[in-house]
Design a protein around this ligand. Sequence first.
Ligand code: PLP
Length: 447
Amino acid sequence: HPALYSDPHRTYELDRAHVFHPWSAQADLDPIVITRAAGSYVWDRDDNRLLDFTSQLVYTNLGHQHPRIVQAIQEQAATLCTIAPGYANAARSEAAHLIASHTPGDLDRIFFTNGGADANEHAIRMARLHTGKHKVLSTYRSYHGGTQLAVNVTGDPRRWPNDNGSTGSVHFFGPFLYRSAFNATTEEEERDRALEHLEQVIALEGPSTIAAIILESIPGTAGIMVPPAGYLAGVRELCDRYGIVFIADEVMAGFGRSGRWFAIEHDNVVPDLLTFAKGVNSGYVPLGGVALSDAIYQTFARRAYPGGLTYSGHPLACAAAVATIQAMQEDKIVEHAAFLGEEVFGPALEQLAAKHDWIGDVRGTGVFWAVELVRDRATREPLAPYAGSSPEMAALLTAARRRGLLPFSNFNRIHLVPPLTTTAQEARAGLRILDEALTEVRAQWMP
Ligand code: PLP
């Protein structure tokens, strides 16, 4: 097949003829053909090198083609490509053991899925069976996956066209000081008012009807809103008070992205269920899962759990997870992510905001940063509407790409989410490109 795979024009033509792409109107798509990748870089069909500040969909946490993960997949493929979930298998056992060694508290049992959406679906099913209740509370400005229930609990516009079945999902506002739903002016005020609001929602929906609250420990795609200290602890307390299962969605924020193994550790909170995917194995082979507390595990100790997947704990995916987690431990990747946040991204983005007055807000932690662009700092009018884009945002992305940077964008925001293995030098190079692109587009579009 190497001959077949070496013609990028054929790749493009076949894609346009036969590949149906997610979340898109198909007719006018113009996908970039990627021919190879290494570390923090990808190459397009004209052999332009692009610094990958997206980690694709925020999942290649150890960068592209990490030799240790590639080797682990090759060795597992040569030994045992696959075996059904009912059997015990070394790759699956070791992956579960390693994941459990990093999840908080007593979350020591691992149910494997193929990705994040199905992890959340199963977590909600577990919560419903554990509590005997049905409703699920989740925040506006969140993303939990593209399957029916997962997209119904999602709090972003991807929910709108799919919100057509009764799933018992109820939305509330999480804390987000920059666009506060509570007229708050400090993080403490935002936290306290957001918790009061959540308690009112619980009271009005009826505590006896609510199975779970599902939250991204740090909402990702929706804007990387790091919650104020004490908010997640407050949610924990409300869950305990009202007999509600706390599901922490760590699909994007987990596995080092925030500068801790799991983002919920920033608030020292132990949820009842924790979902993961993406960074667990850098996405080299699809893998997700749910970590269960002992109390929820006990619900299914003598009663069958009514759910499963053909590929639950697929050996190739689990071997990739083992190699990823071992490399993260030995190479101190989580510490490096924290360093990049504190020493590189934090200070550099503050300087960038001081220089460009159409940056309304910068926020983040670790290797998980958002730059919010506005037309006017005083009114905070976004540079693109919620659920939309704008010519200025499109121009900014084009300008960055022309200079060799692949940024992640969502509405009026640029997210800086490169691999955790990115060097300080690469990170600074990417930030310089963003600075130049901002200068160019501002001069051209908003003179
Ligand atoms: N949860 C969060 C926080 C996510 O960011 C995503 C994907 O971006 C998902 C769930 C869904 O994961 P998947 O696309 O693997 O189903």
